[in-house]
Design a protein around this ligand. Structure first.
Ligand SMILES: C[S@@+](CC[C@H](N)C(=O)[O-])C[C@H]1O[C@@H](n2cnc3c(N)ncnc32)[C@H](O)[C@@H]1O
Ligand SMILES: [Zn+2]
Length: 337
């Protein structure tokens, strides 16, 4: 899924540790473009292997029971990546720290609960419409990849997970071992959500609750339940810390989007310290029929009340906090004059 070859070229030019890159795209016109771009960038033939195959075929060509093949696999098709995950899982090297699987999904209406049946079909779980859909969609993608990994006695360890613009992109270490598989399974859980008042809760698999029907403790309406999703961490703190240091050391000249990247790293640092959802302030204010103050004022007020609160990369107008929806609503109402 190389398209112009830009990612392969960046890896070869900017990461000295990379020995070889397999550049593949099903479309022969893309491969012609890749060839031109490699020439322009002075990439030597020893460092690359080029093909024009269906990615599934490429992965199964290098299928290896001992898992010694690709250290990194980057899956970036148009739409859903789900059909590529099983063959990729058999081609990735899981020795030492594990292989790195980078997966992009652009079928956000499917992951975000707008196309429910397609989500059940492609990601093996049921989405729900919430006001934290971007985080839910990201957790559905990780759940699906973990589930496929588990089939092969492999497990996932997320190093970074992003939802921005029109895509979800996750970076997962894939590692081997039954203990890790069992620990993955413990991190699956369901959301319960009241579409009437925005109350939400999380049920972990080990709690074995029956979620056939459940009423909202706040307003008494029937709550909706998602299928299983990934409730574990989205990012590896050490990796994020490393990225932060490297970014600051590399400096502004290297990356035109340096300021944006720094801001992004700052946001993701805190995300795993909170429950696996965020509160969309405009949506909650809309439910209450009131206007809302700046996010900064809301964060300060939540902290004054003794809660932790932070912004999230998922939504610039949302907060993450362990405070309940009742507290968030109280805070919003306090700002009404
Ligand atoms: C979204 S683009 C990739 C963009 C690229 N990663 C970049 O950063 O510029 C998707 C590419 O995947 C290729 N593609 C789609 N289906 C494929 C398949 N089954 N096997 C291999 N390549 C495929 C398309 O031809 C297209 O060039
Ligand atoms: Zn309710």
């Amino acid at each position: 899924m190389a398209a112009t070859g830009i990612r392969a070229i960046r890896l070869l030019k900017q990461c000295p540790a990379i020995e070889k890159v397999f550049i593949n795209d099903l479309n022969p016109i893309a491969i012609e473009t890749v060839q031109k771009n490699l020439q322009i960038n002075g990439i030597t033939q020893q460092q690359i292997q080029i093909s024009s195959l269906d990615a599934k075929l490429l992965f199964s060509t290098y299928y290896d029971q001992n898992h010694t093949y690709y250290d990194i696999i980057d899956i970036d098709p148009f739409g859903s990546p789900s059909e590529y995950i099983p063959s990729a899982m058999q081609a990735i090297s899981v020795h030492e720290v594990g292989g790195l699987m980078c997966v992009t999904a652009t079928d956000t209406p499917v992951l975000f609960g707008i196309k429910k049946e397609a989500c059940i079909r492609k990601y093996l779980t049921t989405p729900i419409r919430t006001e934290f859909i971007k985080e839910m969609g990201t957790r559905i993608l990780i759940y699906f990849i973990a589930k496929i990994a588990n089939l092969f006695e492999l497990y996932v360890h997320p190093v970074m997970s992003i939802s921005a613009q029109h895509f979800v992109r996750v970076f997962l270490h894939i590692r081997k071992g039954i203990l890790g598989v069992n620990s993955n399974i413990q991190k699956f859980g369901n959301y319960l959500y009241c579409r009437s008042c925005h109350y939400r809760s999380v049920e972990k698999v080990e709690q074995k609750s029956t979620i056939l029907q459940c009423t909202c403790p706040l307003c008494g309406n029937i709550m909706i339940a998602s299928g299983l999703v990934w409730m574990g961490n989205l990012h590896d703190p050490e990796y994020v810390q490393d990225l932060d240091i490297q970014l600051q050391n590399t400096g502004k000249n290297m990356y035109p989007s340096y300021n944006q990247l720094l801001k992004f790293v700052e946001l993701v640092k805190n995300e795993d310290n909170f429950p696996p959802y965020y509160y969309s302030i405009p949506k909650i204010a809309d439910y209450l029929g009131i206007t809302y103050p700046s996010l900064l004022k809301i964060l300060e007020r939540l902290e004054e009340k003794g809660f932790h609160a932070a912004r999230t990369h998922f939504d610039p107008q949302a907060v993450k906090t362990e405070a309940s929806i009742t507290v968030v609503k109280e805070v919003l109402k306090e700002f009404q004059t």
